[in-house]
Design a binder for this molecule. Structure first.
Ligand code: NAI
Ligand SMILES: O=C(O)C1=N[C@H](C(=O)O)C[C@H](O)C1
Length: 326
């Protein structure tokens, strides 16, 4: 039976620390549920159903590699070109049997133009860095190449404005994992249908990602926006961001093999009089759900471009709603 006892009046700032690893917090389930870090469950991947050229920008990074691998195993044509923020890298990266050549910033406009000439139906998928979001999007819009923006951060308003002004096709989402997208969609629906239902509730948010993550979780920001519409009070400066591997291991309970690639999120709501509390979590180990979702996104966008759909800007909820996610 559920206990209806009121929660303690002073809620610990860290539910993860309060509970610790040993009491069965969701994390250990990742050990058997997720694939090894940076490898994909692509052996059983279903084909994309269509084939078209895909350019993955950011093949020097972890998501770039994962998406490029997922794209080739789904039968898409991986364009053997990617970019870097560094000049004179003189590097190729092997993805399956494709040698992807990496070009620096000064060559990117010429190289991307040549790619578009050779592959007019190419779709770009971007997994670079928060400080490249806007300049990359500007370039894609200038050249009229449809793109999936998986990279989080940057100036999101400006990003949408660039796409709108150029009338380009783009799919933008801070979260590509199907089940997390479904949770986000549910949150948006609740927020729309019951605005103010959580008026005055205090919200506390914790997110833990690999140490190399530069920005605050874009997914957490999207979920927080829904809680705010529901009336909850949140101070963005109080978001607890955990990037320290020791804390992740011993406090959050991230399995050791996923310290380098995980995304744990926890949202805790408390009523103004402390008599009611709610808690939501989504904890992902590895990167395969984002990689597969990114390929779904590219396929979806490709179809929209081919059918000259008048709507130009999409997100992952659109993909989910069309039943187009694996
Ligand atoms: N939408 C989603 O579901 C997900 C989004 N992400 C986001 O994707 C981004 C990348 O994540 P990771 O691959 O884990 O990071 P990472 O640090 O492993 O890789 C990023 C790579 O992009 C390169 N890069 C930086 N600026 C560039 C530019 N202008 N042109 C080309 N390459 C550039 C960096 O040198 C690095 O190699 C982050 O913003 C992260 O938040 C990550 C996972 C899922
Ligand atoms: O950088 C990551 O890893 C992730 N970034 C996205 C975000 O910022 O929300 C999605 C997921 O949390 C993984």
């Amino acid at each position: 039976m559920l206990s209806l006892r009121a929660p303690p009046r002073t809620f610990s700032p860290s539910p993860w620390r309060r509970r610790g690893r040993l009491d069965g917090f969701a994390a250990p389930r990742c050990v058997s549920a997720a694939p090894p870090a940076t490898t994909l469950e692509t052996a059983t991947a279903r084909p994309a159903g269509v084939s078209f050229p895909i350019l993955v920008n950011g093949c020097t990074g972890k998501m770039g590699v994962s998406v490029a691998e997922a794209a080739t195993s789904r039968g898409l044509h991986l364009v053997p070109v990617s970019f870097s923020s560094r000049e004179n890298l003189d590097k190729t990266i092997q993805i399956g049997d494709v040698d992807v050549e990496i070009y620096g910033p000064s060559a990117r406009e010429d190289v991307l133009s040549s790619v578009i000439d050779e592959f007019p139906d190419v779709v770009v998928v971007d997994y670079t860095a928060p400080n490249s979001v806007n300049s990359n999007a500007e370039l894609y819009c200038k050249l009229g190449v449809p793109f999936v923006m998986g990279t989080t951060g940057g100036d999101q308003q400006l990003l949408y404005k660039s796409v709108q002004d150029s009338n380009n096709y783009a799919l933008i989402s801070p979260q590509m994992g199907k089940q997390v997208v479904a949770f986000l969609a549910a949150m948006e629906t609740i927020a729309e249908q019951f605005p103010g239902a959580f008026s005055g509730y205090r919200l506390e948010v914790l997110e833990s990602h690999q140490a190399g993550k530069l920005d605050t979780s874009g997914t957490a920001k999207a979920v927080i926006a829904c809680f705010e519409k529901l009336g909850a009070v949140f101070d963005m400066d109080r978001m607890v961001k955990i990037r320290d591997p020791e804390q992740q291991l011993y406090m959050v309970g991230v399995p050791e093999e996923h310290i380098e690639g995980h995304a744990f999120h926890l949202y805790h709501l408390t009523s103004p009089d402390d008599s009611v509390s709610f808690e939501f979590q989504h904890n992902v180990c590895g990167r395969s759900i984002y990689a597969e979702g990114s390929v779904d996104a590219a396929v979806f966008l490709y179809k929209k471009v081919q059918s000259m759909d008048p709507k130009r800007i999409y997100d992952m909820i659109d993909v989910l709603q069309e039943g187009d996610m694996w």
